[in-house]
Design a binder for this molecule. Structure first.
Ligand code: NOJ
Length: 511
């Protein structure tokens, strides 16, 4: 069976403003990304996902879009984008772009028009409500970050508008057919330019209960963006899927389904009519602990496998990096083995291959309203004072150890975490079992997880030691195995005798 590319691929997320800076203004740009394609090809990624680069007032650094079909001048031009796609495709790297359907910027012409009067032809493109009798917001929903209401009062027209995120990010009303049409056209605009798919921002939130009911007062005070799971969303997603189906070449969509419940995440595959991939965040929030991870892996096998192809992610632009969360490079290395060998499509976040930690951002340099600056620090490309950015003072402080922990320096060191990622990606590429094989867990001592991947004649085993103590394994495997990749680089190519050092993970292949 010919499998779609996104099942066997490794996707690499790029946060454009933090990735690479071609014009030396301290903010990354599209030409910067293009200049690093050789590095990404060398690393061996199959696809890149670009976080928003569209025209935006940048209240949420591009997740507040004021023109879905234009490149913000900060990042370059449409010609830069076309060139990036062409050159990525020339290296067999696919390109996925972020699409932000739940909300626009408050500076988007659609919202400016909607806001201009209650009679505006676009009034219903957004969610407006009269005040409650006591003048308070129409319901008790709270927005992301900070516990404030998810509503802002518009003095001029005397109504509140809904925003699950910042007041600068008004929610679109997907019950309005003209919104659906306009947003479908946005997809077509980028599909026509040759993109291979979309990462769809807070996709689960686009359909809303038309009554906009209060949440029960005892409900956790979590922002509405993490609670919204209205059934109407699925029909909307089917509509999106049908736009992708108008195009050939396996265009894909991966939904950011920020519901911290794997059974709910699974629903978004919608029996083949929904997303191709659904981000499942509970593992990202799971401590580095074998038993907890075993439960997560079981959960994915139970909930996702019957309905769709899993995805795995440990870091992104919204959370502290896993190198920071797990506390050591040894663990980050073992985690790379885990991420790149579990059954499903792995998503890497730029810089994790360098073992980057979050930057320490002093209060006077904080720019993000959501407190996420640390994981968005600029990528150090070399050991010079500018680290390849054309300025010593880019938009955020460098992550720790940039003189040593930079792409050029680690590329020159075969023992580095960067080379580990490269070996893992190349082992994956060479092994159908690692890419698409079945998976089952093996019995292992406490603190260790072991699993087998298997398809046809091809087979791999993986062992991960979540503890600092060494372990002796007696795996229920037919035949003898050798170490193909070791997270600490030791013993590769040698027979596996059952010894597993602390904080180490191994990919094993039949000897
Ligand atoms: C999820 C994105 O990943 C995040 O960065 C953004 O702030 C929100 N959605 C709102 O668009």
């Amino acid at each position: 069976m010919q499998r779609p590319w996104w099942q066997s691929s490794v996707v690499y997320q790029i946060y454009p403003r933090s990735f690479a800076d071609a014009n030396g203004d301290g903010v990354g740009d599209l030409a910067g990304i293009r200049s690093k394609l050789d590095h990404l090809a060398w690393l061996g990624v199959d696809a890149i996902w670009l976080s928003p680069f569209y025209r935006s007032p940048m209240a949420d650094f591009g997740y507040d879009v004021s023109d879905y079909c234009a490149v913000d001048p900060l990042f370059g031009t449409l010609e830069d984008f076309d060139r990036l796609v062409a050159e990525a495709h020339g290296r067999d790297i696919r390109v996925i772009v972020d699409w932000v359907p739940n909300h626009t910027s408050d500076q988007h012409p659609w919202f400016l028009e909607a806001r201009s009067s209650r009679d505006s032809a676009k009034r219903d493109w957004y969610v407006w409500r009269d005040p409650s009798p006591d003048g308070s917001p129409p319901n008790n929903w709270i927005r992301a970050w900070g516990g404030e209401p998810a509503w802002t009062f518009d003095e001029a027209t005397g109504q509140w508008y809904l925003h699950l995120f910042l007041p600068e990010q008004p929610d679109l009303n997907w019950r309005e057919p003209a919104v659906v049409d306009a947003m479908h056209d946005v997809l077509r605009f980028w599909l026509d330019r040759g993109v291979d798919g979309f990462r769809m921002d807070v996709l689960h939130a686009i359909g809303k209960d038309p009554e906009l009911p209060d949440n029960p007062p005892e409900a956790d005070p979590i922002p509405q963006s993490g609670r919204n799971d209205h059934l109407s969303t699925h029909a909307l997603i089917r509509g999106l899927r049908s736009v992708l189906e108008e195009y050939d070449g396996d265009r894909m969509m991966v939904g950011e389904v920020y519901l911290l419940d794997t059974a709910k995440v699974a629903k978004y595959y919608d029996e083949g009519w929904g997303v191709h991939l659904s981000f499942n965040f509970p593992p990202l929030y799971t401590r580095w602990d074998a038993e907890r991870w075993r439960r997560r892996i079981d959960e994915v096998a139970r909930e996702i496998e019957p309905v769709g192809w899993p995805s795995w992610v440990l870091s992104n632009h919204d959370n502290p990096r896993h190198r920071t969360r797990y506390g050591s490079e040894a663990r980050a290395r073992a985690a790379a083995v885990l991420l790149l060998t579990l059954r499903g499509t792995p998503f890497l976040y730029a810089g994790e291959e360098l073992g980057l930690e979050d930057a320490v951002v002093p209060p006077e340099r904080v720019v993000d309203p959501g407190g996420r600056d640390g994981c968005r620090a600029p990528i150090p490309w070399d050991g010079s004072p500018t680290h390849g950015w054309g300025t010593t003072d880019p938009r955020l402080p460098w992550p720790p150890e940039p003189d040593r922990r930079n792409a050029e320096g680690l590329q020159a060191d075969e023992g580095s975490i960067l080379h580990l990622y490269r070996r893992l990606l190349s082992a994956r590429k060479a092994s159908p079992a690692l890419q698409v094989g079945e998976q089952w867990l093996l019995a292992a001592p406490p603190g260790v997880l072991a699993w087998v991947r298997d398809v046809g004649e091809d087979r791999r085993a993986v062992v991960v030691n979540f503890t600092a103590e060494s372990a002796t394994l007696d795996l229920d495997l037919d035949g003898s195995f050798m170490v193909e990749v070791a997270s600490d680089g030791k013993g590769e190519g040698e027979p596996f005798a059952g010894e597993l050092a602390g904080d180490v993970a191994l990919v094993l292949r039949p000897a």
